[in-house]
Design a protein around this ligand. Structure first.
Ligand code: MLT
Length: 314
């Protein structure tokens, strides 16, 4: 049952620091969105925002922490498409995705790139396709745990190629990137919020964009899409949203949603996010009801995709 929040407290909400749980390790793409958004939320929402990284089990540990938190508006979750893929991947989760959260609104959509360790002997996508074919049974793909976006992309990619890869889980794609740079793993599919810098600096091999449209900025504009490289129809981008525990008072939900709408119009937030390939969700799609409807539809869309790729789902 929702803890009763006295009316006067609502009037001053927030009157103490708000924690935004990021269900992946610090320094990764989800963390990047959270820190940029917290900057833009500070003024419209008021109060102090604290980012808490709770990594593990593909983002489900952090999601569960928020599902079980007091519904008082002081513990929020910033999560992405993984909240939907985990719902389709896990036979049982410690929380109910559609019933244990209040949906506070969506944030952005981030493209994904397929990258390789710096010394992988393949420069173009065509070279990579050949290398994958000839190294079957000996390919390590890094991801951020079953239920993460990088895992979902890897799962769909293995199914598209019908090549079974060894998948190496991390608490986020920041630590995964370290191992890729060190040559410990071969490839990874990760969001441009984490890969743009490495690709621009030539620190990793970059093979393709995993959404249907090419990117426009800098070195990423040279990347072909997976679809035009022969992985027909491959199209995955990572949407992000904000959540609170079920039972959070409507006045709090409305205040956070209003502040979110203002934050998404913040010029600095736009600049930072767009420089990394992210697209901010249009105001028209920002109602909480739209957010929940969208997640429901994404779970329905991803479930058959994940079932069909089941043998690669770890
Ligand atoms: C993911 O793969 O879901 C994210 O990239 C994980 C992260 O933000 O580190």
């Amino acid at each position: 049952a929702a803890a009763a929040v006295s009316l006067p407290a609502l009037a001053q909400y927030p009157e103490k620091p708000i924690t935004i749980v990021v269900p992946f390790a610090a320094g990764g793409p989800t963390d990047k969105v959270a820190r940029d958004l917290a900057e833009a939320l500070r003024k419209p929402l008021g109060g102090t925002l604290i980012i808490e990284n709770v990594g593990g089990v593909g983002g489900t540990l952090g999601a569960n922490k928020v599902a079980k938190a007091a519904p008082d508006g002081y513990t929020l979750l910033l999560h992405h498409i993984g909240i939907a893929s985990a719902a389709a991947l896990y036979r049982s989760l410690p929380y109910k995705t559609l019933d244990d959260f209040e949906y506070l609104g969506m944030i952005n959509e981030v493209p994904m790139t397929l990258i390789g360790r710096p010394n992988l002997p393949a420069t173009s996508y065509a070279d990579l396709a050949k290398w994958l074919e000839s190294n079957k049974g000996n390919i390590n793909l890094a991801h951020a745990g079953v239920g993460s976006a990088s895992h979902l992309c890897g799962l769909m990619y293995q199914a598209a190629l019908k090549i079974d890869m060894t998948t190496v889980p991390y608490k986020g794609t920041a630590p995964a990137m370290n191992d890729l740079l060190g040559g410990q793993v071969d490839i990874m599919c990760d969001q441009t919020t984490n890969t743009t810098g490495q690709i621009e600096a030539g620190k990793v091999k970059a093979y393709a964009v995993m959404s249907s449209k090419r990117l426009t900025s800098g070195a990423l504009a040279k990347l072909p899409t997976a679809d035009e490289s022969g992985v027909k129809g491959f199209n995955l981008a990572v949407w992000h949203g904000l959540y609170a525990p079920k039972g959070t008072p409507k006045a709090v939900i409305d205040k956070v949603n209003t502040a979110l709408r203002t934050a998404l119009k913040d010029a600095d937030f736009h600049k930072r996010q767009e420089a990394l390939g992210a697209v901010i969700i249009a105001d028209a799609r920002l109602a909480p009801a739209e957010h929940k409807k969208f997640v429901e539809a994404e779970i329905a869309k991803l479930t058959p995709v994940i079932k069909a790729a089941g043998q690669y789902a770890d």
